[in-house]
Structure formats: C-alpha cells, structure tokens
Ligand binder design. Sequence first.
Ligand SMILES: *[C@@H]1O[C@H](CO)[C@@H](O)[C@H](O)[C@H]1NC(C)=O
Ligand SMILES: *[C@@H]1O[C@H](CO)[C@@H](O)[C@H](O)[C@H]1NC(C)=O
Length: 148
Amino acid sequence: MKALLILGLFLLSNTVQGKIYGRCELARALKKLGMDGYKGISLANWMCLAKWESSYNTKATNYNPGDKSTDYGIFQINSRYWCNNGKTPRAVNACHISCNALLQDNISQAVACAKRVVRDPQGIRAWMAWRSHCQNRNLSEYVRGCGV
Ligand SMILES: *[C@@H]1O[C@H](CO)[C@@H](O)[C@H](O)[C@H]1NC(C)=O
Ligand SMILES: *[C@@H]1O[C@H](CO)[C@@H](O)[C@H](O)[C@H]1NC(C)=O
C-alpha cells in the first residue's frame, strides 16, 4: 500500500505529461520559430540541447536544491534568472514571463525565452547539458531526415 502511494506520488510529480514532441516535429517547429541560425546557433544544436535537457517533453521540470530554483520545459529554463515561479530566492525574471508559460504545448514562449538566454554573452554555453553532450560533436543525427 505504501509502495503504491509512493508510486502514485512519483507518477503525479514526474509524469504530468504535456506534449512530448517527436524529433522531426520539434525540428520543424523550431525552424518555423526562427531558431535555425539564431545568434549563429544551428538547428541541430538547439535539438541536441532540447534532447538532453528535456527529452523533448514540454512539461519537464527539475528542482535545484542548491539555489532553490527550478528548471522548466523543453529547454529547462531556470527560475533564478529567466522566469517567475513566485518562490525562487533573488529571482530576476529576465524573460518577463511566468515559468508555467514555459510548460505549454505551444513552445513559442519557451523559444522566445531561449533566444533571450543566448543574447547574453555566454550564449548557448549557459546550458550545461549542451556543453557536456553537444559541444564539439557531430550533431547531424538530431535533424537527419527531417527535411529542415
Ligand atoms: C502559440 O502561441 C503564440 C503566442 O504565444 C501564438 O501567436 C500562436 O498563434 C500560437 N500557436 C498555435 C499553433 O496555437
Ligand atoms: C557527421 O555524421 C554524419 C553521419 O554519421 C556524416 O555523414 C557526416 O559526414 C559527419 N560530419 C562530419 C563533419 O564529420
């Protein structure tokens, strides 16, 4: 019984799923929203980043106990600097949006905020997952066969 309860809580907290994009579906959506070449960042880099940050799941969230911030959505954008979730200490909200807006099936606000992130000098290096899984890699597989 207790195990079932714990399983239930786990399912509630982790699989309140929104839209999980297909690889090519996301590649086409990002291209349409002007991500291919934005600030010199190719579509394959954005795809690799989204894959390793969220597995293309718009509802992905992760809490960071260190600074009590949370990462939101397909690009795992952080509440310490970029969005407002009403509970992160010393939050900046540089994208001027509610963090929940980053969890919508419609990714246009998440894309707009990701563009804001890479306008800062560190660019796409802001994402640790990009540095560990995408930087200096051959990323052609992320967009292969998508016609983008
Ligand atoms: C997604 O949201 C934007 C505004 O945030 C809107 O302009 C656009 O029409 C929406 N797209 C769809 C497919 O609903
Ligand atoms: C990247 O990988 C693809 C497929 O494996 C290959 O066709 C392509 O030549 C590679 N590109 C570079 C620059 O190595």
